[in-house]
Design a protein around this ligand. Structure first.
Ligand code: ATP
Length: 311
């Protein structure tokens, strides 16, 4: 028996970063937006004694760790432990479309997908609240991959409030060669703030909050207003570590994108387009520009991790 779950990637339409806290984290005002570009995770019952076995396909499969650090494997074990079950015997096959270490929470998405897939495979019927708790334990971005849509994340990003939205927006994602480490980008953000003389601790940097203009644009389904409100406090740090991303942002904007920003900690760049045809044109121009490895047109918001096949 096997269960396949489809799970979205995220783009942060706003990523407000507060100062460095004593526990090493930053307070965030994080507006997550789920896009149709996503992974699929298939959980298949294994023979007794085989443990957790991982497989991965897709252009970036070689960059995905197939050991105990994989968030899908950690999710399967965490769910089993929560139900008092022994080491599970399960095969997890990841069909990877989300860029790896690209600032689109691909690993977190696979963790969320594995929770949902194993829950269905093992017939556990875990309440949503418990799945959300387990997701938060796995990582700050995992709860959003369960919920999908558009949500405001506070704290480290794990306290989620679904936001009212209307309509569909068309996006283009330009995938860079190689990833950026999320902790390294946060460290660079702190370093740039120190250098600018503004200070980097949570007593010096104001606590970030969601931008009312952005929330209104989302509620109204107004792509032009959303494009104008896109904001990412990590963007200067990502550009400092990877200056060539400025060329990618420029190429997409010159090709007619309404707005552009680095996705999360980067290096993937995200572009908002007027409609589906404009998104295809921006993606084609980006691929031709040589400023990125590839580019994908997609749309959102879409729902969170959900079972698509049970066989
Ligand atoms: P985020 O935006 O949440 O910080 P990201 O999108 O930048 O993350 P991921 O694709 O989630 O980055 O990968 C970050 C690291 O996580 C990878 O370099 C890899 O070592 C590890 N990882 C663990 N599990 C997975 C997985 N299932 N898929 C991809 N990477 C994984």
């Amino acid at each position: 028996m096997s269960v396949t779950v489809r799970v979205p990637a995220k783009v942060n339409v706003q990523l407000g970063v507060g100062g460095l806290r004593a526990d090493g984290f930053h307070d965030l005002a994080n507006v997550f937006f789920a896009v149709a570009l996503g992974d699929e995770v298939t959980a298949t019952a294994g023979e007794p004694g085989t443990g957790v076995i991982l497989g991965c396909t897709g252009p970036d499969a070689g960059a995905v760790p197939l050991d105990d650090s994989n968030l899908a494997a950690r999710a399967a074990r965490l769910l089993a432990a929560r139900h008092g079950l022994a080491e599970p015997d399960v095969r997890l096959d990841i069909a990877k479309a989300i860029p790896v270490a690209g600032g689109m929470a691909g690993g977190s998405a696979d963790g969320a997908a594995a929770l949902v897939a194993c829950d269905a495979l093992w017939g556990l019927g875990t309440p949503t609240g418990v799945l959300l708790e387990l997701a938060a334990e796995l990582g700050s971005d995992v709860p959003f991959a369960l919920v999908g849509g558009v949500a405001l994340g506070r704290g480290r990003g794990e306290i989620l409030e679904p936001l009212p939205v209307a309509g569909t927006h068309h996006w283009v994602f330009a995938v860079a060669d190689g990833g950026l480490s999320t902790p390294a980008v946060f460290r660079e953000c702190d370093r740039l703030r120190e250098e600018a003389g503004t200070g980097s601790s949570d007593t010096e940097v104001p606590t970030p909050d969601a931008d009312p203009a952005l929330l209104a644009a989302l509620a109204d389904g107004d792509t032009v207003a959303l494009a104008a409100a896109l904001a990412n406090d990590l963007q200067p740090a990502a550009l400092s570590l990877r200056p060539a991303l400025a060329d990618t942002l420029r190429a997409g904007t010159e090709a007619g994108a309404l707005g552009a920003l680095v996705s999360g900690s980067g290096p993937t760049c995200a572009f908002l387009a007027k409609d589906a045809a404009a998104a295809e044109a921006v993606a084609a121009a980006l691929r031709a520009s040589g400023s990125c490895r590839t580019a994908h047109a997609t749309h959102g918001p879409v729902p969170g991790a959900a079972v698509v096949v049970e066989a």
